[in-house]
Design a binder for this molecule. Structure first.
Ligand code: ATP
Ligand code: MG
Length: 210
């Protein structure tokens, strides 16, 4: 059973790592793969290249034997559509393996904006974590209806099937965002407690976000 955390990782931070650690504990993933988006479909172009964002992910997980980086979106041209990554992951892993797409409630709330969003659950489960300040109660009608028809509270259903369920996992999330980190660095505020120290060093070395 595999967990996948997709994101822009501009930059990766302790909130991402904590989410992956807690969900790995709760669901016993064999591994969690971090999948940086090369060209996010729904955001402005990131200020830092996909290669450098991936470098920071590699540094952040370096001491974590069961955390991996998946760079398949860096090898494609055009917007990084999750559905295309899932199709290619399925080819790699076969139809039986449980694949869980890990996601914060802020991102899940906009799922109906994703390319071919209605097909995503044919390839994976979603494990949703409530993020501080996210207005999770304001799911729009399409996301609410998807949740209603696929929701489960039973972790075994997620473990014993390959795809098709949505689990809301009640863990606390850290109140950290990449946006906040970029703003802190631009205004010369300390970010040492928000990211692993090797990532902080990389950011300073390449003068990112200044
Ligand atoms: P930005 O502020 O640039 O949007 P971000 O901190 O939201 O960055 P992303 O790369 O956009 O990070 O997020 C990737 C995934 O990780 C999303 O599903 C998002 O909801 C989730 N996530 C990000 N930060 C946290 C956090 N502190 N706790 C839980 N989940 C998070
Ligand atoms: Mg975000």
């Amino acid at each position: 059973m595999l967990g996948i955390l997709g994101g822009t990782f501009n930059p990766i931070h302790n909130g991402h790592l904590y989410l992956a650690e807690r969900l790995q504990q709760a669901l016993s993933f064999d591994a969690v793969r971090f999948m940086p988006a090369a060209i996010p479909a729904l955001k402005d172009a990131p200020s830092v290249s996909a290669e450098q964002r991936a470098d920071m992910v590699k540094l952040a997980i370096i001491n974590h034997p069961t955390f991996q980086i998946d760079i398949r979106e860096l090898d494609r041209s055009g917007p990084s559509y999750t559905i295309e990554s899932l199709v290619s992951l399925r080819k790699e892993l076969g139809d039986k393996e449980s694949i869980c797409w890990l996601i914060g409630s802020d991102a899940f709330a906009k799922l109906n904006k994703w390319h071919r969003w209605n097909e995503l659950l044919n390839y994976c489960h979603f494990v949703v974590v409530e993020r501080p300040h996210s207005e999770h109660l304001n799911w729009n009608a399409e996301v609410a209806s998807l949740l209603e028809s696929h929701h489960t509270r039973d972790i075994h259903k997620i473990k014993n099937s390959a795809n098709g369920k949505i689990l809301i996992q009640e863990i606390e999330a850290l109140d950290i965002s990449s946006t906040q980190i970029r703003e802190h660095i631009a205004s010369k505020k300390d970010v040492d407690n928000l990211m692993p120290s090797n990532v902080v060093n990389y950011i300073h070395e390449y003068h990112l976000y200044e």
